[in-house]
Design a protein around this ligand. Structure first.
Ligand SMILES: Nc1nc2c(ncn2[C@@H]2O[C@H](COP(=O)(O)OP(=O)(O)OP(=O)(O)O)[C@@H](O)[C@H]2O)c(=O)[nH]1
Ligand SMILES: [Mg+2]
Length: 295
């Protein structure tokens, strides 16, 4: 390790829909986190590792912090908060398009003491330039001493200075993971998430929040450069099952086709994906089932 090598955990924290997962994927240069326009997309913590010659950053993507009602949402918030004690740096992501309200005040109170904070003022591609300065002032008042870096996770604008600010906040330390390690998630778990993303994107109202995905079989056949994956999309009610399958099976077919493309990109081999839909009645109200679903 070169002298002055730095490393540490960076918790990506902020309100739902701020662009935390998009930012993680952008930083890694590869998709491991799922992204949708709907809030509460991310349900649990996700490690993404960025290794360079002089630094290893272990990012933890988290569910959006919000005032939770209901058991599932409470779990999401708990999962997010659990990333904070271990963080060397909190990367607090703001949605510049949305602006600030009391929720940000609440988040400020949650930040652990004595830790570096870097603020990513995200979605600057979507706002007028002259609205940035007041936002920079407002955000830095919430976390005095924090570096504030305007970025667009969508276009990549500002990512280099953001990473520099994160690096400067990290302590000296060794590499914890091999240089080519991207995450500690299994391909199986990432595949389940990619399927959930497509199911969320192709449904509306409460259905995106009633969906969970488990992978029942994941068999790589190296000789044929093929992976055979069987997965189940769980919903809460019979009526949701019908909607997810769609007329003539069209909705499910669409979910499968687009999930397959993403999984193929991840694995670098062809994928045969078979999807089932199952009713797991009111699973979002049953802690044991949520455990099984990894929420
Ligand atoms: N215009 C614009 N949109 C963005 C940017 N970053 C993210 N988005 C969009 O914002 C929405 C939410 O993005 P996510 O990355 O899922 O947000 P998140 O903070 O992870 O959300 P949760 O997981 O629900 O907490 C998606 O529609 C993204 O495409 C950005 O820099 N500019
Ligand atoms: Mg997310």
């Amino acid at each position: 390790m070169p002298a002055g090598h730095r490393s540490g955990f960076v918790a990506i924290f902020g309100r739902p829909n701020a662009g935390k997962s998009t930012l993680l994927n952008r930083i890694l240069g590869q998709k491991i986190a799922i992204v949708t326009p709907k809030p509460q997309t991310t349900r649990r913590r996700l490690l993404g590792i960025r290794t360079t010659d002089d630094c290893q950053m272990m990012f933890i993507d988290t569910p959006g912090y919000h005032r939770a009602s209901g058991m599932l949402n409470q779990r999401l918030v708990d999962n997010a908060l659990r990333a904070l004690p271990d963080a060397d740096v909190v990367l607090w992501v703001f949605d510049a398009e949305r602006g600030l309200d009391d929720l940000e005040q609440e988040i400020a109170k949650r930040l652990p003491a004595g830790r570096g904070v870097v603020i990513a003022l995200n979605k600057i591609d979507a706002v007028r330039k002259d609205s940035l300065l007041p936002l920079i002032e407002q955000t830095s008042r919430l976390a005095p001493g924090a570096a504030v870096v305007p970025v667009s996770a969508l276009t990549g604008d500002g990512i280099a200075p953001l990473l520099e600010a994160v690096r400067e906040s990290l302590p000296e330390g060794p590499r914890y993971y091999a240089g080519d390690t991207l995450t500690d998630e299994s391909e199986r778990a990432l595949a389940a998430e990619f399927i959930r993303e497509k199911a969320m994107l192709r449904t509306r109202q409460e259905i995106p929040y009633s969906v969970a995905v488990t992978v029942d079989a994941f068999e790589e056949q190296p000789a044929r450069k093929l992976a055979v994956i069987k997965a189940t999309i769980h919903v809460e009610r019979e009526s949701q099952k019908g909607i997810l399958i769609g007329r003539g099976g069209q909705t499910l077919k669409g979910i499968g086709a687009s999930a397959r493309r993403d999984i193929e990109k991840l694995l670098g081999i062809r994928v045969f994906l078979e999807l089932f839909v199952r009713v797991q009645r009111d699973w979002t109200k049953r802690p044991q089932v949520m455990d099984e679903f990894g929420v």
